[in-house]
Structure formats: C-alpha cells, structure tokens
Design a binder for this molecule. Structure first.
Ligand SMILES: Cc1ncc(COP(=O)(O)O)c(C=O)c1O
Length: 413
C-alpha cells in the first residue's frame, strides 16, 4: 500500500511536475546545468514567437524591454540580497570573473591571491593579468577546503596584494569557503574580494551585503535553473568608482532621457550603476527564460524551501556515500550542494558512463580523479537512496575503464 501523501511530499510532487526531464533521467549535475522548468521554456517560447510573428525591437516596446532587464536584475538581486543598481547582466559566471578581474588598474609587480581548488573560469582571468601586466598570482594551499582557508590566504597577503579571487563554493571539492571571514581579512588591508558564485548562487542562502564581498559573479543556468547564456555580476556600490571598464558599448552609457551620454569635454558618461558593465544586445528569449525560472523559484518553489532541501540532501548524500565500502568522500563538512567522492579502482569517466546508462547524470572531476554529485531541491530521498545503491553496486562490480580520450588541456564545466 502506498504511503499517504504529506503536505511536504505533495509540494515536492508539484515542484517536480514543472521539471519534465525528471521523467527521463535524474539530473545530479546541477553544478553544470540545472534542469529547465516549464516556466522558463514557456517564457522563452513566448518571446521567440513574439519575435517571429510581431517583429523585433519594435519602436513601441523599447522602454518596456529595458524595464524587463531591470526587473530581471532585481530578481537576481533578491537571490543574493544585492541592492538595486548593483548588478550587471552577463552571459555566464566566466563573464563576471573576467570583468571583475580586469576591472583593476594592474601594475607590474602587483599580486593576486587565489586558492588551489579553483575553476579555470577564475584562474584564466588571473593568468591574463599575469601575462599582460606582470601580476604575480599566489595560491593559498587549502587542501580540500575544510581547514583554515582565511588563515592560508592571510599568510600570503603582502603590501602588493591588489585582489583576492576565489570561489564561494569549490567546484572540485564542494567546500563552502568562509567568504565573510575572508572578506574581513582582506578588507582590513584594503584588498577587494572577487568571488565565483557558480556553485553558491541559488544553492545556498547568500547575502552579499552581509559578507561585504566586492564582486560576485553568478550564472543563470546552474542552481537557478535558467538557460545557458545568462548570468550576472554584483558590484559593491562603494567600489564602483575604483573600477575600470574593459569592455564598453552603448549599454554601458548613461541613458537618462534628456541627458547627454557625453560630458562637455566629449568623454562618455557611463551608467551610474553596475549596469555600466553591460555592453550591448542580449538574447531576449534567454532573458525571458531566466525571468521565468526565477519567478517560479521565488513564487512557487520558495528559495528557503529549496536551500533547506539542497543542504539536507547533500548531507544525506555525503553520509550515504561515505558508508559505501571502497568510496571516499572528499567534500569537507563545510559544504553546500556538491559532494565529491572517489571510488577505489573505478575509473571516474567509466563510472559516469555506467551511471548515465542507468539514468543518473553526474560528472567526474579529472583534476581530483573523482566523481561529483549535485543535490538539487527537486530530488527525492528515495531517488538519492537508489542512486547510492547503484554506486554501491558499481563499487562491487567495477566496470572496465573507458577508452582513454585525450585529456582536454583546460578542464571543462
Ligand atoms: C566554480 C565554477 N566557476 C565557473 C564555472 C563556469 O560557469 P559558466 O559556464 O557559468 O561560466 C563553473 C561551472 O561550470 C564552476 O563550477
């Protein structure tokens, strides 16, 4: 006899109905892309239809479209408690990390600090300023990210340190880094902090104002379940005057009606807000889709409900996986929605393929020779138990290693 439905299970069922891909496979790789909800698809389709049938950029819709962009910035702002005017729309996390890193007036001999558990999206902009401006990049050795990360960073600060750039949640180990503590250490020395929010925005409660972080780069397509090609960069308003534009275009300019976008000397006047980091046209169907996802998350799912479930399911996954013989969990106790684990004598790429054949989508992290599972809010406890049972079976049966494909020089998402 089926167990009677509680209001919690009815709510989960309602949420899951909006994610049609759950009928086909279990998306346990939200850290790369979250499942698309119906609301996002419908909004994207409606906008694309409108463009197809009624035309694009019609003179009668200009102000309304700009208003939509502002509503989207504000909806994204509510996810991380960012005040109006502090967000620029971007195309992904990587955009924000590049804009943020390149916004400083770098000089030869300047230094930047990052950690040893970073994604290339943060590392490559640092490599760019190293190669172009002679900046030294220092790496805080933080192991899996479970120890004194703020202390490891503090030990590398010198009078030449100009930026601390790191992930709020490490994509590889799943560690949730103590952002507020790191910012406090940095700000004591007048150093700004740029954080990669790919694995935190939409996965955990974030308050950029409380943490004091200066720049926070987030994606739309991961824990916020938006489409690829969307994201945002938060800029602490007080820092704005110190930053420079690397990319600039008409969207960076002040558009106050009746006010010139140039000063008397003929210089451009940028937007007074973080919007100055926007450059030009963006895809309206994609922006509409992200708006649809956020409206669904905020209005029907509820952020607090989603974040509570993600945290509980991640702990459950960590404990259940750790109990499997031959499995070692790498994620420390300070964690968010990612759990990384190694399987003795099991090739990670072969394990990903084996699990995919059984309907479970996870990813491997080649740098750590491990697997990574993301616990989305839509996942049921039974599904997680079934997934762990498959991992246990895999640990016992050990599939043959997949044919070695050439390793990409840069690890992917
Ligand atoms: C920590 C981290 N940063 C950056 C990225 C890249 O994200 P995006 O595709 O939004 O640039 C990812 C994952 O893809 C990530 O996990």
């Amino acid at each position: 006899m089926a167990a009677p439905k509680t209001s919690a299970s009815r709510k989960l069922a309602r949420v899951r109905e909006q994610l049609p891909c759950l009928a086909h496979y279990l998306p346990l790789n939200v850290g790369t892309s979250g499942p698309l909800p119906r609301a996002a698809f419908e909004a994207m389709e409606a906008r694309a239809q409108q463009e197809l049938l009624s035309g694009r950029h019609r003179p009668d819709e200009g102000p309304a479209l700009q208003e939509r962009r502002e509503l989207l910035r504000r909806a994204l702002g509510r996810v991380i408690n960012a005040p109006p005017g502090s967000l620029a729309l971007t195309h992904h996390t990587t955009d924000g990390m590049n804009i943020g890193t390149l916004a400083f007036q770098w000089r030869p001999g300047d230094e930047a600090i990052t950690t040893t558990i970073e994604h290339v999206s943060g590392l490559l902009p640092l490599a760019t300023v190293r190669d172009r401006f002679g900046v030294t990049v220092r790496f805080a050795e933080v192991g899996m990210g479970g120890g004194d990360v703020a202390g490891a960073i503090a030990a590398l600060i010198t009078p030449r340190t100009r930026l601390i750039s790191l992930s709020h949640v490490s994509y590889s180990t799943g560690a949730l880094l103590p952002l507020k503590e790191i910012v406090a250490v940095a700000h004591r020395q007048g150093i700004p902090v740029l954080a990669d929010a790919a694995q935190s925005a939409g996965a955990i409660a974030v308050d950029v104002q409380d943490s004091g972080v200066d720049l926070y780069a987030l994606p739309g397509q991961k824990w916020l379940c938006g489409p690829e090609g969307t994201g945002a960069l938060y800029v602490r308003p007080q820092l704005l005057p110190e930053l420079r534009l690397t990319f600039a275009g008409y969207a960076s300019l002040s558009h106050t009606p009746g006010v010139s976008s140039h000063d008397q000397a003929g210089h451009y006047i940028p937007q007074p807000t973080a919007q100055r980091f926007e450059v030009g046209a963006m895809s309206w169907p994609l922006l509409a889709a992200l708006e649809g996802s956020l409206a669904w998350l905020e209005g029907e799912v509820g952020y607090a409900w989603a974040w509570g479930r993600i945290a509980r399911l991640a702990r459950l996954a960590k404990d259940s996986l750790a109990a499997i013989p031959g499995v070692t969990v790498l994620t420390p106790n300070n964690m968010a929605g990612l759990v990384s684990f190694r399987m003795e004598r099991v090739d990670p790429a072969a394990a990903v393929a084996w699990l995919w054949e059984r309907g479970y989508q996870i990813r491997s992290i080649p740098e750590l020779a491990c697997l990574r599972v993301s616990t989305g809010f839509f996942l049921s406890e039974e599904e997680l138990a079934r997934f762990c049972a498959e991992v246990e079976r895999l640990a016992r049966e050990r599939p043959p290693a997949a044919p070695q494909s050439p390793q990409a020089p840069i690890p992917g998402a």
